[in-house]
Design a protein around this ligand. Structure first.
Ligand SMILES: C[S@@+](CC[C@H](N)C(=O)[O-])C[C@H]1O[C@@H](n2cnc3c(N)ncnc32)[C@H](O)[C@@H]1O
Length: 195
C-alpha cells in the first residue's frame, strides 16, 4: 500500500518534471538514518515531499522539518504527507530557506535546494546541528557535469556547474567539517564536524 503511494509520487514527479532524489541516493540517506540512529532532520528543499516522507518512514521516532519556497510544490507536499498520515512528524514551511528562522538543533541537515546557494545554506544552518550531527548535500555530481564541465554548452548551466565545483572545493578545504564524497545517486557529500 505505502509502496504504491510512493510509486505514485515518483510517477507524478516524472510527469511534472519535479526533481526528486534518485532511488540509490534516497536509499543511501535512509540507510544512513537507520545506521546512525538519526531522529531529527532539517531538509532544505521539500519539492513534493518525496524525500521527507521516505526519511520519516524509516521509523516512527523520526521527525522532519522541511522548507520549500514554491507554493505549488508546497501544496502538493502537504497533500502527500497527509495521505501518509505523517503530518505530526513532518512540518513543511513555505518560505525561502535563506530567510527561514529556526533555533532548533537537528541530527541531520539535508541540503537539496538551489544549487547556486549551497555554500550559503551550509553556513547558515551549521549552527543548527546537534553534537555529532551531519550535513548531507545532494547533487555534487550534477548528472556528471561537474566532472565534465567542458561538455556543457549552455552558459547558464555552466554557471551552475561552476557553483557546484566551488561548493565541492569549499567542503574539501573546510577545516571545521570533514566531508566524505560518495558517487551515489547524483553525488552525495556527508560533512561531519571535526571534534
Ligand atoms: C531537488 S528539489 C528537492 C527534492 C526533494 N528533496 C526530494 O528528493 O523529494 C529542490 C527544491 O528546492 C526548492 N528550493 C530551491 N531553492 C530554495 C530556497 N532558497 N528555499 C526553499 N526552497 C528552495 C525548489 O523549489 C525545489 O522544489
Amino acid at each position: 500500500m505505502k509502496n504504491n503511494m510512493i510509486e505514485e509520487i515518483e510517477k507524478y514527479a516524472r510527469e511534472n518534471d519535479i526533481p526528486i532524489m534518485q532511488k540509490d541516493g534516497i536509499d543511501f540517506m535512509c540507510n544512513y538514518i537507520k545506521e546512525h540512529g538519526v531522529k531529527s532532520i532539517l531538509e532544505i528543499g521539500t519539492a513534493i515531499g518525496y524525500s521527507s516522507i521516505k526519511m520519516a518512514l524509516v521509523n516512527d521516532n523520526i521527525s522532519v522539518v522541511t522548507v520549500e519556497r514554491d507554493e505549488e510544490r508546497y501544496n502538493e507536499a502537504i497533500k502527500n504527507i497527509n495521505k501518509f498520515g505523517l503530518e505530526d512528524r513532518i512540518k513543511v514551511h513555505l518560505c525561502d530557506a535563506l530567510d527561514f528562522k529556526i533555533d532548533e538543533k537537528f541530527d541531520l541537515i539535508f541540503i537539496d535546494a538551489a544549487k547556486a546557494q549551497y555554500i550559503k545554506f551550509f553556513e547558515k544552518y551549521k549552527v543548527n546541528l546537534n553534537k555529532n550531527g551531519v550535513i548531507i548535500s545532494d547533487n555534487l555530481l550534477f548528472h556528471g557535469f561537474v566532472e565534465n564541465i567542458e561538455q556543457v554548452r549552455s552558459k547558464n548551466l555552466r554557471q551552475l556547474v561552476k557553483k557546484l565545483i566551488k561548493y565541492r572545493k569549499f567542503l574539501e578545504e573546510n577545516t571545521e567539517f570533514k566531508t566524505t564524497f560518495y558517487e551515489i545517486g547524483d553525488g552525495i557529500a556527508v560533512s561531519k564536524k571535526e571534534e
